[in-house]
Design a binder for this molecule. Structure first.
Ligand code: PLP
Length: 380
């Protein structure tokens, strides 16, 4: 079955006569659970919830393939999912290898909380698989490809092979691509993580995250990765609200449509920006002359909705954003409406003052290109 069909079918409830076609949110802290709590499927809402179960099953359809099944855990945000992988894998004395250009909050979480507890952190760029040189003695290799916001690409399969040979587990932050755009588990990763706040749910109205593992995946001691993550989530308590879980489930039914449209728009925008003299550099792995293109074309089904590009300086970037009528100035990415921001306004990333991270939405591309053109004309 093709993705669009499979994903839509996976969001339906079981076909029982007289019952709704779609799952509704189940609001519960405790569930009825007399006697031995192990006998009730649900007992307490920090451990499990039927709306999570439906959402996790639907995401598992995207993360698995015909060759293997995946298991998924949903979290209250993408960062809660990142923290669960760090917390599940790492103990004092362990080495973690992160991208120096990884999403800044993931880097900060590691630097400010895990390093002081005795984790050794090694950093290298995403581009050119530079993290491979740091794997000796590592416990966790964390990769993000394409990386946010500079859209660098690394070779997931090659890095997984090298990390596993060095005895490390591999986690991929797959937020930009989503599991429909790129399959980290199929490429050899142990954890596929995403901020579902972004393209996965696509309506800019909720925070969520998930981690997927192969159903039979175990660590070096033979412990199930799923069980360890499950226990971590229950104890750390980063529980997704049932309302958000339900909104997410509704939203992912349209992911195949939104992904196709926003990635096609991103590609057209990247190609258009290349033709403009005001644009110093376009960072998009879908462009054939991008340094990440060869690897991205091999491991991605689409190149994602995010296009970064560099204008002359801060002033040019601010004037461009003010002049663009159809580009909403906002952080985050992956929504149905096109958004953009001057990334250096946050600090924390080593990016040019004039770098704009644009997230292509699902609008008519003609309108977007006309608007980009008039906003760039104003810089001349
Ligand atoms: N990973 C990446 C690549 C992100 O861009 C983000 C958020 O921007 C996160 C993780 C964290 O996700 P959330 O904001 O849902 O906590």
């Amino acid at each position: 079955m093709r993705d669009a069909t499979r994903i839509i079918r996976s969001t339906l409830s079981p076909a029982r006569p007289g019952e709704p076609m779609h799952h509704g949110p189940v609001f519960a802290a405790p569930f009825h659970s007399p006697g031995d709590p192990g006998e009730a499927r649900y007992s307490y809402g920090r451990s499990h919830n039927p709306t999570w179960t439906a959402l996790e099953a639907a995401i598992a359809e995207m993360e698995g393939t015909d060759e293997f099944e995946a298991q998924v855990l949903v979290f209250a945000s993408g960062m809660a999912a990142v923290a669960a992988v760090f917390g599940t894998v790492l103990a004092p004395g362990d080495v973690a290898v992160l991208p120096s250009n990884a999403y800044f909050a993931a880097r900060k979480l590691m630097e400010q909380y895990f390093v002081p507890m005795g984790i050794e952190l090694r950093l290298a760029q995403t581009a050119n698989d530079a993290q491979a040189a740091l794997l000796n003695g590592a416990k966790l290799l964390w990769i993000e490809t394409p990386s946010n916001p500079t859209m660098e690409v690394c070779d997931i399969a090659a890095l997984c092979e090298q990390a596993h040979a060095a005895g490390a587990l591999v986690a991929v932050d797959n937020t930009t691509a989503t599991p429909l755009g790129q399959s980290p588990l199929a490429l050899g990763a142990d954890f596929s993580m995403a901020s579902d706040t972004k393209l996965m749910t696509g309506h800019s109205d909720l925070l969520a995250g998930h981690v997927a593992v192969r159903t039979d995946a175990v660590d070096a001691s033979g412990a199930s990765l799923y069980d360890k993550l499950f226990q971590y989530r229950t104890l750390a308590g980063a529980a997704l609200g049932p309302m958000e879980a339900w909104l997410a489930l509704r939203s992912i039914a349209t992911l195949p449509l939104r992904l196709e449209r926003s990635c096609a728009n991103a590609m057209a925008i990247a190609a258009f920006l290349k033709t403009r003299p005001e644009v110093i550099e376009v960072l998009y792995p879908g462009l054939e002359d991008d340094p990440g293109y060869t690897v991205a074309a091999r491991q991605m089904r689409v190149f994602g909705p995010v296009v970064s590009f560099v204008l002359a300086d801060r002033e040019a970037a601010e004037r461009f954003l003010a002049a663009a009528d159809l580009i909403t100035e906002a952080t985050s990415f992956g929504g149905v409406a096109t958004t953009a921001e001057r990334r250096a306004r946050w600090g924390g990333d080593a990016v040019a003052e004039g770098l704009i991270r644009l997230s292509a939405g699902c609008e008519a591309i003609e309108d977007l290109l006309e608007d980009l053109a008039q906003a760039l004309d104003g810089l001349q």
